[in-house]
Design a protein around this ligand. Structure first.
Ligand code: IPM
Ligand code: MN
Length: 357
């Protein structure tokens, strides 16, 4: 197979972890006889520095023309001025919208070797395997917002707004995913307070009743879910929710397996290229020190091969290589629990060795 893939390293540790994922992609292409054209483009703070725009047009064009996009991370203190004209994060929000990536898949899986790195007790987290499906191009992130004056006071507002088709498509995608897993779907909202959540609940209930009656379906309020996630995470299979609730709950859930450094994510639309990235951010505090964990990005590249290129064996080979290096005891600092740790590049080396064996 020939495929054009776009790499967007971004900021902070982004370039370091993308380097390792690129090595893995090159090795997989060689091993399985594919040809991947890998092109790098600008996004985020570095794009602001170089072009004044967190998502320059050449990046958008290249992503549109690609089979899939692999992103490192965006943002950092350098671009944090609240009065700045634009921010790195705006580039990420715009690429999601431009590519129509309405669903963000965030699998939360525990690795037996890393369970003790979790802040929660082993007996609570062991065996946790959740797929979050977060709505990504609607809700309060993209609703009407602005600044003004209320009763003589400076004010600001953002609006949580959903249309029926926006809810239907993401619930359908989550329901399909549940069918391929343990058959359980949980929809999370705040229907006891928020009007858009009442619409969400009504639409989700109908879609599941009419089209997915075979699923074990439940609804949970978002505040209660925040609690259930850390008290009984094993009870959940697929969780579907709106943009803001998904943002918050997935950060919470990302602590279950012990390190953010292990978790990949996929953003997908109805058609066209998907965007794959680690869940973690640009980690400016450790950027440039060569100690970041590249495994989340390497696993994101596996998700990319699976979802966008239908290369299931290749993706499985990467996932197996990651499990092997963990089983062999290779640890970057974030998962070393004070024990010996290896560098970002050394972790890349270990994955390449495991792939070759
Ligand atoms: C995420 C991030 C982004 C979000 C930011 C960086 C715009 O937190 O992907 O979860 O809020 O969606
Ligand atoms: Mn987030």
């Amino acid at each position: 197979m020939r495929a054009n893939l776009v790499l967007l390293p971004g900021d902070g540790i982004g370039p370091e972890i993308i380097d390792q994922a690129e090595r893995v992609l090159v090795a997989v292409a060689e091993k399985f006889g594919h040809q991947f054209e890998l092109e790098r483009h600008l996004i985020g703070g570095i794009a602001i520095d170089e072009t004044g725009d967190p998502l320059p047009q050449p990046t958008i064009d290249a992503c549109r023309a690609s089979a899939a996009v692999l992103l490192g991370a965006v943002g950092g203190p350098k671009w944090d001025d609240p009065n700045a004209k634009t921010r790195p994060e705006a580039g990420l929000l715009k690429i999601r919208k431009e590519l129509g990536l309405f669903a963000n898949l965030r699998p939360i899986q525990t690795y037996p070797e890393l369970v003790d790195a979790s802040p929660l007790r082993r007996e609570i987290v062991e065996g946790t395997d959740i797929l979050f499906v977060r709505e990504l191009t609607g809700g309060i992130y993209f609703g009407p917002s602005g600044k003004g004056e209320v009763d003589g006071h400076e004010s600001a507002y953002a609006t949580m707004l959903y249309t029926v088709p926006e809810i239907e498509r993401v619930v359908r995608l989550a329901a399909e995913a549940a069918r391929g897993r343990r058959g359980k779907l949980c929809s999370v909202d705040k229907a006891n307070v928020l009007e858009p959540s009442r619409l969400w609940r009504r639409v989700a209930d109908r879609v599941v009743r009419e089209e997915f009656p075979d699923l074990d379906y439940s609804v949970v309020l978002v505040d209660a879910m925040a609690m259930h996630l850390i008290s009984r995470p094993r009870d959940f299979d697929v969780i579907v929710t709106s943009n803001l609730f998904g943002d918050i709950l997935t950060d919470e859930a990302s602590m279950l397996p012990g390190s953010l450094g292990m978790l990949p994510s996929a953003s997908v639309g109805a058609s066209g290229p998907g965007l794959f990235e680690p869940i973690h951010g640009s980690a400016p505090d450790i950027a440039g020190r060569g100690i970041a964990n590249p495994l989340a990005t390497i696993l994101a590249s596996a998700m990319m091969l699976k979802h966008s290129l239908q290369l299931h064996d290749e993706a499985a080979a990467i996932e197996a290589a990651v499990r092997k290096v963990l089983a062999d005891g290779a640890r970057t600092a974030d998962i070393a629990r004070g024990g010996a740790s290896i560098s970002t590049t050394a972790m890349g080396d270990r994955v390449l060795q495991a792939l070759a064996s």
